[in-house]
Ligand binder design. Structure first.
Ligand SMILES: [Zn+2]
Length: 309
């Protein structure tokens, strides 16, 4: 894979507000007349968990048939958050997720602290099917969580697992959105795909699910669900980029549906775990040619409205 050149971080590890990429990102939203961006899918997690995630991506080459996944933004936590602010991201999330029982509570405790010490962050929490899930989801909502993250592939659980029923009900009632990685990309899991999510929505039609990665590669099935349930949204994370178009191209025939669902598509990036510069996600949306109004809604207005930014 092509080397994208310099790290966005200076050699001494500080981010200059004058980095070239930050200037270009700011030009992107300034041209649209926006006050900045809202990014619903950025990752912040305890340092040792993040290192493990990076190790996973470092080892991906052999697993994805030689396609490498170099992490573009490998830096200290405060530098990463500062860079997002330099980009003009007015609100971003701390997507974190457990891969086993007994871990979500600990992640949620960490996330309370992270939200407190990090300006611009939307307090994020997570969950897992386990006996105390409804209790700690309730506690997180009480503590001010604005968004949840669920990862069906990494967690290897059925999202329609009855142990999650109370938690989904509580989140639907509280109108707290859940970003859910439920598509079968980049790797399928036992419970990925639209079918288990359809079962969750049949029971909780008001649940504010944000389908991560536009549901790739089952894009059209997840668009069906968004058309059927008005509280279902999709985030753009990694979709439409050169990297993803090689692995799981978005079907051109479905583009008009994105216009129809313009108020339910939200900018997501997967920062910092991306194998290309942040700007590329924005350019990938721009080149869909769905118009500036569409870009304004997706890159800022929809997220700002959903989270009251
Ligand atoms: Zn992600």
């Amino acid at each position: 894979m092509e080397d994208h050149g310099r790290s966005p971080f200076d050699q001494d590890g500080t981010t200059g507000s004058g980095t070239e990429e930050a200037d270009e990102v700011r030009r992107f939203w300034t041209r649209l007349g926006l006050p900045g961006l809202v990014d619903v899918h950025t990752h912040f997690m305890p340092e040792r968990v993040l290192r493990k995630v990076w190790d996973y991506f470092d080892g991906l080459g052999p697993l994805t048939g030689g396609i490498e996944w170099p992490i573009t933004y490998r830096a200290e936590e405060d530098q990463r958050a500062a860079l997002l602010r330099d980009f003009g991201v007015r609100a971003f999330t701390a997507m974190l997720y457990p891969h086993k029982p007994g871990m979500a509570r600990w992640l949620n405790d960490w996330a309370v602290d992270f939200a407190r010490r990090t300006p611009g962050t939307l307090h994020t929490a997570t969950l897992f099917p386990e006996p105390d899930v409804r209790a700690y989801v309730g506690e997180a909502v009480e503590a001010g969580a604005r968004v949840f993250k669920a990862h069906v592939q990494v967690g290897a659980y059925d999202p329609a697992d009855e142990r999650l029923d109370g938690a989904w009900g509580l989140l639907a009632e509280a109108r707290v959105p859940v970003v859910i990685h439920c598509g079968s990309g980049p790797a399928p899991g036992k419970h990925t795909g639209p079918e288990p999510i359809a079962r969750v929505l049949a029971r909780h039609p008001r649940l504010r699910l944000i389908v991560a990665h536009m549901g790739m590669p089952e894009y059209e099935d997840f668009l069906d669900l968004a058309e059927r349930y008005e509280q279902v949204r999709l985030d753009t994370t990694m979709a439409f980029t050169d990297f993803t178009e090689r692995l799981a191209p978005f079907p051109r025939r479905a583009l008009p549906r994105l216009t129809h669902l313009a108020d339910r598509v939200l900018l997501g990036s997967d920062f910092p775990n991306i194998p290309y510069p942040y700007l590329h996600q924005l350019r990938a949306l721009e080149r869909l040619d769905l118009g500036d109004d569409w870009l304004r809604m997706v890159c800022h207005d929809n997220g700002a409205r959903l989270f009251g930014v």
